[in-house]
Design a binder for this molecule. Structure first.
Ligand SMILES: Cc1cc2nc3c(=O)[nH]c(=O)nc-3n(C[C@H](O)[C@H](O)[C@H](O)COP(=O)(O)OP(=O)(O)OC[C@H]3O[C@@H](n4cnc5c(N)ncnc54)[C@H](O)[C@@H]3O)c2cc1C
Length: 291
């Protein structure tokens, strides 16, 4: 099933994002414990990230394939331009096709470790929009793309970044998933611009990251250029070192944000669950969304 079709349903589409674990034992544990728990929680689909540099490609694609084959769920592979020539990307497209994967989140990708900024390889793509065009030419994928309620961290003018988001939709992206954000007015501003100034009609799905620890949330938001509103930052500092209180506070914040976004009409929520279930299970329960 093409993921775009999920977003046309009346009920919210809830998806969860995994990163590929480092080894086979951890992958097996994920399939034994986490995937069934998310299925029971009513997940519409699971997406699997693509590690910087393409090093996880095999595991990413294999995990997506296993989720579809063994659990009868939908799954989406993230796919980036990092360190890949057009020919490499062509081979990966063939592999996706062979594995029966039809849903892809097309990204430029973050620079590989040790590289300060993104540099396309010779014969590769510089921007996600180029990858989307290429995917569109090659196969009948259902393609999603990333968007940034506060603008992408490398782009000084958020409206310019949003124009580039619009270009990704014009090139063939059928839905957008946001970077994490904690001030919902940023989402409303971006949505207003993309819908009313740029005329986009695709679903824009908020990406939500529950908290694990003060240190972690500060590091993640710094990396992706998302801000932590003042009162939230102060509370996180107060709880620093007490991870369980931070986690509970994250459940409270994310429940409130999800409720507002769904009441506002968001077609779904994409949880950055970091391969864990406790926080998202509680948030789903609070929202009255778990079966
Ligand atoms: C939901 C989600 C999932 C993600 N999953 C992964 C993952 O699995 N693996 C991974 O490595 N990363 C992942 N990322 C991170 C993503 O790769 C980074 O944010 C990356 O820095 C930008 O990717 P993009 O696809 O948005 O790039 P692009 O849309 O190409 O934008 C990158 C930058 O280039 C600028 N730009 C775009 N087009 C042009 C143009 N024509 N001329 C000049 N500048 C331009 C944009 O404004 C922006 O600053 C994910 C992000 C999100 C939101």
């Amino acid at each position: 099933m093409r993921i775009r079709a999920f977003y046309d349903r009346r009920e919210p589409t809830i998806s969860f994002e995994f990163f590929p674990p480092k080894n086979d034992d951890a992958e097996e544990a994920l399939f034994r414990d986490v995937v069934p728990a998310l299925k029971d929680l009513g997940a519409s689909f699971i997406s699997v990230t693509y590690g910087a540099g393409g090093g996880t490609r095999e595991r990413t694609f294999r995990m997506v394939h296993r989720i579809i084959r063994d659990f009868g769920m939908q799954a989406m592979a993230h796919f980036t331009c990092v360190s890949a020539t057009r020919a490499n990307i062509g081979e990966q497209i063939d592999e996706l096709h062979r594995l029966g994967i039809e849903n892809v989140l097309a990204l430029r990708g973050d620079p590989p470790k040790g590289q300060a900024e993104f540099r396309p390889v010779e014969g590769g793509f510089a921007y996600a929009v180029d990858l989307i065009r290429y995917l569109k030419e090659r196969e009948q994928f259902c393609i999603g793309a990333a968007c940034y309620p506060e603008g992408h961290v490398e782009c000084a003018v958020k409206h310019l970044d949003w124009d580039r988001t619009a270009a990704k939709v014009e090139a063939g992206a059928e839905f957008l998933i946001t970077q994490l954000f904690y001030d919902w007015s940023d989402f409303l501003d971006m949505e207003d611009y993309l819908k009313n100034k740029r005329g986009l009609r695709v679903p824009m799905i908020p990406g939500v990251l529950p908290f694990q620890s003060t240190e972690q949330i500060k590091r993640f938001t710094l990396l992706c250029g998302s801000k932590l509103p003042g009162p939230m930052r102060r509370k996180l500092e107060d709880y620093a070192g007490d991870d369980e209180s931070v986690r509970q506070y994250g459940i409270e914040v994310c429940t409130e944000n999800c409720r507002r976004l769904l009441d506002h009409g968001a077609a779904g929520i994409h949880f950055y669950c970091l391969n864990r279930t406790p926080s998202v299970t509680q948030i789903m329960k609070n929202l009255g969304l778990s079966p």
